[in-house]
Design a protein around this ligand. Structure first.
Ligand SMILES: Nc1ncnc2c1ncn2[C@@H]1O[C@H](COP(=O)(O)OP(=O)(O)OP(=O)(O)O)[C@@H](O)[C@H]1O
Length: 581
């Protein structure tokens, strides 16, 4: 199937079978907002649960649940207020808004247009005769502007306090760090995760769940000691990473490198063992929820694309509808976030790192003679005193001579050493405060759900008819099993209803269906990805055996109804397969 028809067929099935649809359609709907229907909400919940199990429970990490409305100060510190922009160009013809960088990328070989200044993007639009994708009018001469993607709100009545809907969940983990480090008993490394809603006022929402204005993210902020060693990469040695390095992209090649996590670090391709570790864990997780590994890669950010604080960043990408889309970013963020908050907030964003043995250290301090500094330097005296204190802590050798020079507000002052009260004392130190570095795997849940659906979607032929089928893994499928009586008579309906109830009580998502012929009932379940269907026929009423039909092969086997809970649990957990029954 071509890329476009794949996504069109999927969107149609998603509406019809209750996976997702445009929100508030009865009021005309607003672009970029989707409602997950019953099947989609269940699939999404299973994907989130599986993420939680993989990245929180099994890793021994913490999880928090922070508010989505956030005061302005937080985003001033994080840099979002100034820098969380996309490039906007509006069509003079039809008034439609577009991502200017995306239009340039579509029309040229440029892959990182978002890093170009707006005037250069305007020139590129003119040079390549780029037109409005909606109405075809030329966009030459239209202004390209930076547009901040955060939704603004007011907290409280009246003029209130300015606030924003969070564009990512990450800031919650950073602003609460002073408390979180206490729960971690200041022992690095430790991870804090959050699954929650993020909001971005996207200029041009499109491709269903891929670019929406409200979406669920699953993020892990992993705090590490930059001086300590990394994780044991043997634990993920069985995962090979399909890497698409920046160098291959620059040459415009499709040169993938398949390497184990350890080799990727040793060859200098992936900066840092923690990044390699999370790439491996991510790949295994994407595979477990049903992303097709033939259509999956890790793309390294190009140098211009990298945030200035980031040492390295890799995006997990999947091919959907002919395009590569970003599902997750794994970034090495250094101490950028915590240092920023330390500057703006009134708290400590460090951890106390204890030495193996207490150390004797020399400490240089000053105690300036203010009675002498005041008359000599006037209003600058207090600033000079604090500059002297900074200097003593930073560079003791500056006090070697008879005079000390400091700079305050661009002015240079020379102070007699005698007046500074400079002193060196010896102290015993048990440890010191360090700012942890952050490695962040950030996932978009909606994009993962959409990719899982797109990769699961298939059409084949059954009994001479084309069937649409979602080949979803049993662990994420919205319904685990459909239970049908052959007909609702001669005890078959009752037996089937009882079986459905037993399976529900055993914790399975069950659909009971007695409407229409059995082939049609199978087809309905195939379309929502139900991996198994159980049919209760005459024999079942007599001897307690039922037929178990597998979705993908459409093969049927007779099994004891009593054994079903065990069989289904094993298959969902991946410890037994249908073939082994
Ligand atoms: N508008 C959106 N709709 C749905 N998911 C999104 C959206 N924006 C980001 N995400 C998801 O959140 C994850 C982390 O966000 P991040 O800030 O790294 O995205 P991004 O680089 O801004 O994405 P893009 O370049 O595609 O806009 C992304 O990998 C993606 O899965």
């Amino acid at each position: 199937m071509s890329g476009e028809s794949e996504t069109e067929a999927l969107d149609e099935l998603a509406r019809r079978r209750g996976f997702y649809f445009q929100a508030n359609e009865s009021y005309g709907g607003v672009a970029g907002f989707y409602t997950y229907g019953p099947s989609g909400a269940s699939l999404k919940r299973n994907v989130e649960e599986s993420w939680r199990e993989r990245f929180v429970t099994r890793e021994g990490n913490m999880e928090i649940d922070a508010p989505t409305v956030t005061p302005e100060d937080v985003f001033e510190a994080s840099g979002h207020l100034d820098g969380f922009d996309d490039m906007l160009v509006e069509c003079a013809g039809c008034g439609e808004s577009h991502r200017a960088d995306h239009l340039v990328e579509d029309a040229t070989d440029i892959e990182d247009a978002e890093t170009y200044p707006t005037d250069e993007v305007e020139e590129l639009i003119a040079a390549h005769d780029i037109t409005c994708p909606n109405c075809g009018a030329p966009l030459e001469g239209q202004r390209v502007e930076e547009f901040n993607l955060m939704f603004e709100t007011t907290i409280g009545p009246g003029s209130g306090q300015p606030g924003y809907l969070r564009p990512e969940t990450a800031q919650g983990m950073f602003t609460e760090f002073p408390r979180l480090k206490e729960y971690a008993r200041e022992q690095l490394p430790f991870g804090v995760a959050q699954i929650g809603t993020g909001y971005r006022n996207e200029i041009s929402p499109r491709n269903a769940l891929l670019r929406t204005r409200e979406f669920t993210m699953a993020e892990l902020e992993f705090f590490v000691d930059p001086e300590a060693g990394g994780p044991d990469l043997d634990a993920v040695a069985d995962v090979s990473l399909p890497l698409y390095p920046a160098s291959a992209q620059a040459e415009d090649g499709e040169e993938y490198v398949e390497l184990g996590p350890k080799e990727a670090v040793e060859e200098g391709l992936v900066a840092g063992e923690w990044v390699a570790y999370f790439l491996a864990r991510s790949k295994a997780w994407f595979e477990s929820v049903g992303v097709d590994m033939e259509r999956f890669r890790f793309r390294q950010h190009l140098p211009g694309e990298l945030a200035h604080y980031a040492a390295d960043c890799w995006d997990a990408e999947a091919e959907v509808g002919g395009d590569w889309i970003e599902l997750e970013g794994v970034a090495s963020r250094s101490d950028y976030d915590l240092s920023k908050h330390a500057k703006h907030a009134d708290d400590t964003f460090t951890v106390f790192k204890q030495y193996d043995e207490p150390k004797t250290v020399e400490r240089a301090t000053v105690e300036p003679d203010m009675a002498a500094l005041g008359p000599e330097y006037g209003s600058a005296a207090a600033d000079i005193a604090s500059a002297l204190a900074d200097l003593a802590a930073r560079d003791r050798s500056a006090f070697d001579g008879d005079e000390v020079t400091v700079e305050v507000d661009g002015e240079t002052y020379t102070v007699e050493k005698e007046l500074t009260g400079f002193e060196v004392t010896e102290e015993t130190e048990a440890g010191r405060h360090i700012v942890p570095h952050v490695v962040e795997p950030a996932f978009g849940v909606g994009r993962a759900v959409y990719t899982v659906l797109a990769h699961a979607y298939d059409e084949d032929e059954v009994d001479g008819e084309t069937r649409s089928v979602l080949r979803l893994p049993p662990s994420v499928a919205p319904t685990t099993v459909g239970v049908f009586p052959l007909m609702d008579k001669d005890g078959m309906g009752e037996t089937a209803r009882e079986l459905a109830e037993t399976l529900r009580q055993a914790g399975f998502d069950v659909t009971y269906d007695d409407a229409g012929n059995i082939g049609r009932r199978y087809r309905r379940q195939d379309e929502v990805g139900t991996p198994f269907c159980v049919t209760v026929d005459y024999e079942a009423v007599e001897d307690g055996t039922v037929t178990l039909r597998e979705r993908d092969s459409t093969e049927q086997k007779r099994v004891d109804a009593d054994a079903l809970p065990g069989i289904l649990a094993d298959i969902r957990a991946g410890t037994r397969s249908f073939d082994e029954l």
